[in-house]
Every structure is written in C-alpha cells, then in structure tokens.
Design a binder for this molecule. Structure first.
Ligand SMILES: *Cc1c(COP(=O)(O)O)cnc(C)c1O
Length: 372
C-alpha cells in the first residue's frame, strides 16, 4: 500500500500532507524566524478558547502527560490538596502523578460509563475544606465519555477552589470558552484534535494566578512559571524546543482556522462518529457508552461474543486493510476503541467500517454483537 495507514487512534493521528511537509525544514532555536513561529502559534492557541485577555499559554516539550504533570506541579502549592473525580484511566493517571509530585490527592471513584457526577464533587468539597484544587479530565479518552466541564468549573468557583483541566482530547473540538468558565490551568497537546504531530503539550494559565505559581514546582524542566517568564523575556523556549513539532503545529493550526475553527472541527468529528457508530451497528457492534454521554472523539465498542474473536488478529487484519484500531482500556470488560479524530472524514470512516466487515468475514465471525 503506497499511502500511510489511517490512524483510528486518539493521537498520534492522521495528519494532512501540508502538516507533514511543514516538517521538512530545519530551524535554529534561537533564531528570530523560529521565535516568530512560536509567538504566532501561542496567540492562535489562546484564540481557540478566547483567552487572550485572561490567560497565557505556556508550551512544554514532551507528550501530553508531561504537561499535566507540569501543570499540577506549577499550580498546586506543595502543601495543596487535590480532588480527582475518577471515571476512567486518564483520571487515575492524573491522580497518580499528583501523588508522585508530592501533593496530597483524594480520589473520588465514580462509574466509568457515566459523566462525572457534579453533586458528588460538590459533596466532596463540602466534606473536606482542606481541598485546594480539583483536577478534571474533560473527555475521558479511556472510554470516550464527556465530563461536565462548565458545571464543575462553576462548583469550583463557588467554593473558591482552583481547577486544573486535562482537555487533551477535547481542545479544539469541544467548545471551551474562557469568557464563560473559570479554570486555573487547562492542558492540551499538539497531536490530538489540533491535528499536529506529537511532541509538545501546552498549558493555558489564568493570568490572575501566575505570580502565585512562582516556586511551586520542584522540577526545573517542568516548571511552567519559569518557562513562561523566560519565554516572555526572550521569545525563546528555555530548553531545546521540538522545532519540527512546533512548525507542524503552527501549520496545523492555520488549517484549523481555515476549516472554520472549533465549530467546524466538532461538526466533522461528530459526522465521523455518527458514520462509524451507524456502520458498526449494522455489523452488530455495540458501543460501551449511551449516545447522550458519548463525545465524538473516540468510541469504545464491546468485543464480539463470537469464540473466534481475538483482538490481536482483529487488529492485524484491519491493519492489513490500512486502518489502525486501538485496544480497549477497561479492566472489567473486553472492548476495543476507534478514534474519530484526525485529518479524516466520512469517506475514511466508511472505508474503516468496510475494513472491519472484511475482517469479520476473514475471521469467520458472523456478527460483531457482544455477549449481553
Ligand atoms: C492523550 C491524553 C493524555 C496524554 O497522553 P500522552 O500519552 O502523554 O500524550 C492525557 N489525558 C488525556 C485525556 C488524553 O487523551
């Protein structure tokens, strides 16, 4: 096959040729031309959430988790106490890294198949006044469920608590408006819904809390306050920037704007999701989530009940047809996931469903229907 496989995964994902071509140039990290690319990218990232007046954006080298860790370490004082409502794998990861950063973390365990219960979060804040911050995962990529960001932000504001949002898999696709909701930090990355390549994250920090963040971080490399101060002063990244990743994201965000910004991206992903779920349903497959709580980012499907089903063979067979699927992340149930994001549209989703149909035929599985 002379084209790359379509990545039906939540990052890295399929990128456009234009984005790939933007990486065919070497940049000097101290050079004014590269500083201009960084500056333009930063202002575009703020524009996605209408945050120019109220927020700054601090980019950071590394995968998305590096930026979540950096946000917690920079925003939460060392004697802070973080509440992590948990309805999936990325919530658990956020709780673990919070603990490892030496901050007290209280996990609020909630059902995986439902959005985070706002009343339960409010009750937890009521019952323990020592909680200083909440970490919320906006779209829990482990299942694909959308959590109620606006409602949680309102509860945090009412109780005077800081809010750190992991918006990794939602930024650019789901609406987030800084004029309508208050958060201290919001984290996303290059290789998700903005359709860049992986290699850098970025954190939007509320200007009002910036000065108070000085000295919180126990890490030099992950200190977002220090990164911000240096970048404001010099226009440069503190340490070697991922130059090609930055150039690719600058190009990808230009295409994001041309496409029509967040509403257009959401519309395309929602169409991808509908095409996928409808096509898979015709093959017997059933999604794990109810449609009303499903974000159009990634869909978890129950594994077929058929005895011949085996994810490794299923994956290999779909791959041979040009489509990369994603394993499930639920501990109790056998599932697999299919991403709806990336530089793909209805045609690619239809072709993906055809590839799955051919795969079932090859495996001798008459229907994708799950056991229950
Ligand atoms: C992708 C993702 C991350 C970051 O994962 P990395 O593998 O470090 O890039 C964090 N949170 C969520 C919700 C994600 O989807």
């Amino acid at each position: 096959m002379d084209r790359d496989a379509i990545l039906l995964t939540p990052g890295p994902l399929t990128t456009t040729l234009r984005t790939k071509l933007a990486m065919l140039k070497d940049w000097g990290s101290w050079d004014a031309d590269f500083n201009a690319v960084t500056a333009q990218l930063r202002s575009r990232l703020l524009d996605v959430v209408h945050g120019r007046d109220t927020h700054v954006v601090v980019p950071l080298q590394g995968s998305g988790t590096f930026s979540v860790e950096a946000a917690v370490a920079t925003v939460v004082p060392r004697n802070g106490h973080v509440l992590v409502p948990d309805n999936g794998a990325y919530c658990k990861r956020a709780a673990r890294l919070t603990q490892m950063m030496g901050r007290k973390a209280t996990v609020l365990p909630l059902a995986e198949e439902r959005p985070i219960d706002v009343a339960a979060v409010e009750a937890a804040l009521h019952s323990d006044a020592s909680i200083t911050h909440v970490v919320l995962v906006h779209c829990e990529t482990g299942t694909g469920v959308e959590n109620p960001l606006a409602a949680i932000a309102a509860v945090c504001e009412r109780h005077g608590k800081g809010l750190i949002v992991d918006a990794m898999s939602s930024f650019g696709a789901l609406p987030i408006d800084t004029r309508a909701l208050r958060f201290d930090a919001l984290v996303a990355a290059s290789g998700k819904c903005l359709e860049g390549v992986p290699g850098m994250g970025f954190v939007l920090l509320r200007k009002a809390i910036l000065d108070g963040c000085a000295g919180n971080s126990q890490s030099l490399a992950m200190d977002l306050h220090d990164q911000h101060v240096y970048m404001e002063k010099t226009g440069q990244w503190r340490f070697t920037p991922p130059t090609h990743v930055v150039a690719a994201l600058a190009e990808a965000t230009a295409q994001f704007v041309e496409e029509g910004g967040q509403p257009a991206r959401l519309a395309r992903y929602a169409d991808n999701c509908r095409t996928l779920v409808g096509g898979m349903a015709a093959l017997g497959f059933r999604p794990f989530l109810a449609p009303e709580v499903q974000a159009p980012i990634i869909v978890t499907f129950h594994a077929p009940a058929h005895a011949a089903y085996d994810f490794k063979r299923f994956y290999a067979s779909a791959k041979a047809r040009g489509f990369l699927l994603y394993p499930g992340k639920l501990t109790q149930l056998e599932t697999f996931r299919v991403g709806c994001i990336g530089a793909i549209g209805r045609n690619e989703m239809q072709q993906a469903v055809h590839a799955v149909a051919d795969t079932l035929r090859e495996m001798g599985i008459a229907s994708g229907a799950p056991a229950l």
